[in-house]
Structures are given as C-alpha cells and as structure tokens.
Design a protein around this ligand. Structure first.
Ligand code: PAN
Ligand code: ZN
Length: 183
C-alpha cells in the first residue's frame, strides 16, 4: 500500500520535538573551566542553564554516511567580560565537516584550525556557516536574548572535547567598550 504518513520528529519554529529527540542541558557549573574569569561564577549561578541542545540522532554513533541534526539554545550573559559560549570541540573523526545556521538572536561562531589560527563569523537569523574538517568550533551569544542555531553533522564525526579543555581556543570573545572582540 502506498501510504503517506506524518514524520515522527518535527522542527517547528525554533523547537525540535518528537519521541526520538534527545535533550541535554549544560549549566554554567558544567562548563565553568572554559571561562577565563571562572572564579566569578557563584555557587548560585553554577546551577543556571548556559545552553540546551536538542538532537535527532537517527543513526548509531559512528555510522558512515549518516547525518545528525541538532538545535542549540544558548542563553545570554557574561562571565566577567566573556560572553556565554558553548564548550567547543574538534570532531574526533578529524576530516568530518558540519553546517551551522542562525535561527534567532545574534552570535559569533569562533573557528580555529589545528595551528591555532582563529576567525569569527557573525551569526544571525538566516546566516549559514560551513565548518570544514579539522576546524574547532564554538559559538558565543553576543545579544541580550537567547541565541538559537541549527547544526547538521555526520554520524561518524564524534566529538573531541579534550584538546579544547586542555588548551582552549587561542582567542576569547570579550565585550570591550560594549562590542564583541576576539582577543
Ligand atoms: C553541535 C554542538 C552543540 C553544543 O551540535 O555539539 O552546539 O556545543 P558543544 O558540543 O561544543 O558543547 C555540534 O557542533 N555538533 O557536532
Ligand atoms: Zn561539531
């Protein structure tokens, strides 16, 4: 029988909903170590949500040729003079690429190659960002409201957080004279 069915998982407006969607929350306490002035995060602030990721992972992790889809919602705020940001990572399978796109709010996508060269791309509703393999990626929210962005990456990409945890990015996105600057 030829049947037309409803998809199990849907992307409505800014939300990814469905039985197969996985949700994770990162609090400021979880990501404390990425901020330069992390001693400014009080015990009370440590429980505050920094960002949430909803992901649709229809293939088993590691499957070559498959794709994953995710929406990240990054809260607005500063730790000292540094904007709230995602942990950032290289892909474990180093040659795998990724697309990001802006959905709501204003941010900066920070890209760093393996030599530590850095560049920032403005993120805004409708902006589209191609992240080639071997490029670490992190997003900072530079607005006063939530920044949402989409992501699509290969199911065999994996995440290597260790390199960034140990060495960080070679520049930080700071609010200087009211404006974002990579320093
Ligand atoms: C994204 C990120 C997401 C959260 O889905 O995983 O924005 O950022 P961190 O993983 O750096 O905490 C992605 O890049 N996937 O590959
Ligand atoms: Zn990624």
């Amino acid at each position: 029988m030829n049947q037309i069915i409803m998809p199990e998982n849907i992307f409505i407006g800014k939300n990814l909903v469905g039985n197969e969607i996985e949700h994770i929350t990162r609090t400021l306490g979880d990501i404390r170590s990425i901020f330069e002035q992390n001693d400014r995060i009080t015990a009370q602030q440590a429980d505050q949500t920094a960002y949430k990721v909803s992901s649709y992972l229809p293939e088993k992790e590691g499957t070559p040729g498959g794709l994953y889809f995710g929406i990240t919602r990054l809260c607005a705020g500063l730790v000292g003079d540094e904007y709230f940001m995602t942990k950032g990572h290289f892909h474990a399978n180093t040659d795998t690429a990724e697309f990001y796109w802006g959905i709501e709010g204003e941010g900066v996508l920070i890209l760093m190659d393996e030599q530590g060269n850095i560049k920032g791309e403005r993120m805004f509703p409708g902006s589209l960002h191609y992240i080639p393999g071997r490029i670490a990626h992190r997003v900072a929210n530079v607005s006063d409201s939530t920044l949402s962005f989409g992501a699509c990456w290969p199911s065999n990409a994996g995440h290597n957080y260790d390199i960034i945890e140990q060495n960080g990015f070679t520049a930080r996105l700071k609010k200087m004279n009211g404006k974002p600057q990579l320093i």
